[in-house]
Design a protein around this ligand. Structure first.
Ligand SMILES: Nc1ncnc2c1ncn2[C@@H]1O[C@H](COP(=O)(O)OP(=O)(O)OP(=O)(O)O)[C@@H](O)[C@H]1O
Ligand SMILES: [Mg+2]
Length: 237
């Protein structure tokens, strides 16, 4: 029997916040696994803990108890340097509000993480071109963000998130500012990347019409995880 190596896992992941005398538990004992090449959607009402979960998976926040295990290593047990390195090499982030730099062209925005990582110009150019091609926006390379539609800006943000070839993309409400047509196309793009590149995606969304495109749907209720009916079915055309 071949065992699929899990890319990411959580063990009883819990995060509480203390506000004066009040304690708010935003996430309670969440156990989940992400396999290579898997597209997971996280749903739940406002305040159910989606952003808290994604920030913990990203190593941007620390659990109150429990663990995040990335490639079989406990993220909280690493040094700050090692965690930063891991974030820069293994993970890509996509946010609701795109987060593109307004004075840079689409190409320069996509290339930026490689500049920061000290990648040489020739390789930078090739990789940024490849990423722009993957999101179908080669012809918009020289546009500034304000010269692009919302859907196009989010595609550029996705190109930026994949330009360093991460294993996992974490996306917090990536379609929150888009209309339904663009939202479907962004989820379609995730699905395509998962299938063609073997990247894994964990994306939070409010929009239940997008869920059929994910391999698995995790639902949060007051910080507790439940899995939906169709989740064990690995979605493939
Ligand atoms: N820094 C904080 N201090 C105290 N409580 C917090 C903090 N951040 C989040 N919370 C609380 O934790 C709970 C989960 O919040 P979270 O932002 O994870 O929800 P969410 O599912 O992302 O909501 P939304 O759909 O509105 O983005 C909420 O009750 C929120 O008020
Ligand atoms: Mg949120």
């Amino acid at each position: 029997m071949t065992r699929v190596q899990r890319l990411l896992a959580t063990v009883d992941l819990t995060r509480s916040y203390r506000l004066g005398s009040q304690e708010i538990t935003a996430l309670r004992q969440v156990n989940m696994n992400v396999l290579p090449g898997q597209f997971i959607a996280v749903v739940g009402r406002s305040g159910s803990g989606k952003t808290t979960l994604l920030n913990l998976l990203a190593g941007l926040d620390k659990p109150s108890s429990g663990q995040v295990i990335l490639e079989e290593k406990d993220v909280a047990a690493m040094s700050e340097d090692a965690r930063t390195r891991l974030r820069r090499t293994k993970l890509g982030f996509v946010f609701q509000s795109f987060g593109l730099l307004p004075l840079l062209s689409a190409f320069e925005n996509v290339e930026l993480p490689l500049r920061i990582a000290g990648v040489k110009p020739k390789e930078r150019e090739q990789r940024a071109k490849d990423a722009l091609q993957m999101v179908g926006l080669t012809r918009r390379s020289h546009h500034r963000p304000y010269e692009l539609s919302g859907g196009e800006q989010q595609r550029i943000a996705i190109a930026r998130a994949i330009v360093h070839h991460p294993s996992l993309i974490l996306a917090d409400e990536p379609t929150g500012e888009l209309d339904s047509v663009n939202a479907r196309s962004i989820f379609g793009l995730f699905k395509e990347m998962v299938r063609n590149q073997g990247i894994s995606v964990v994306a939070a969304t409010h929009d239940s019409t997008l869920l059929a495109m994910a391999d698995q749907v995790l639902e949060l209720h007051d910080g507790k995880l439940s899995t939906r009916e169709r989740e064990s079915h690995r979605y493939r055309d």
